[in-house]
Design a protein around this ligand. Structure first.
Ligand code: PNS
Length: 158
């Protein structure tokens, strides 16, 4: 059984995240999308909203589940017997920090990290940019799933 985790903040999930999750779901037997519960940092969407949006957006992918986690990612992995973390890389600028985290997670608990290059269509895309553009009335359709688009409109108006 090849079980992997795709972790992140997902505030909110974008089409870039979904592209990686979908492609990983074709390689792994089971994909757990793990949403960081960060009590000290409030986002635009609550953890429950992020999880609901991800569940809706991945509903068609039968081997993908979505869960919240707090504390260390490697503890979440150990508790669920997940040996591999998969992270999307948009550009070289992502690599430095992702490499550091991958090395730290391996030294902490022997959990491996695999990097998947994101689709270049989404290499400029981030949750923060989506929120920024949407906040000032820009068009983010095509960058996020329908459900997120609706919730952004509810929250930010327009
Ligand atoms: O979407 P993000 O913000 O890039 O995701 C970062 C995330 C959630 C994967 C990372 O911050 C994380 O794993 N946080 C959990 C705490 C932890 O394990 N920290 C040590 C990382 S080496």
């Amino acid at each position: 059984m090849r079980r992997v985790v795709c972790p992140g903040s997902f505030d909110p999930v974008t089409n870039g995240h979904l592209d990686v999750i979908e492609r990983v779901s074709q390689i792994a037997d089971e994909v757990v999308v793990a949403v960081l519960i960060n009590k000290s940092k409030s986002g635009l969407f609550s953890t429950e909203e992020r999880i609901d949006l991800l569940r809706e957006a991945t509903a068609e992918l039968s081997n993908v589940t979505v869960e919240g986690f707090h504390g260390l990612l490697v503890d979440f992995c150990k508790a669920r017997d997940i040996p591999v973390i998969v992270k999307g890389l948009r550009a070289v600028s992502d690599f430095d920090y992702e490499l550091q985290m991958g090395q730290m997670n391996h030294s902490l608990a022997g959990v491996e990290t695999l990097f998947m290059p994101t689709n270049p269509l989404y290499s400029f895309l981030s949750s923060s940019l989506v929120k920024d553009v949407a906040m000032y009335g820009g068009d983010v359709s095509g960058l996020v799933p329908e459900a997120v688009l609706r919730r952004l409109k509810d929250k930010l108006g327009g």
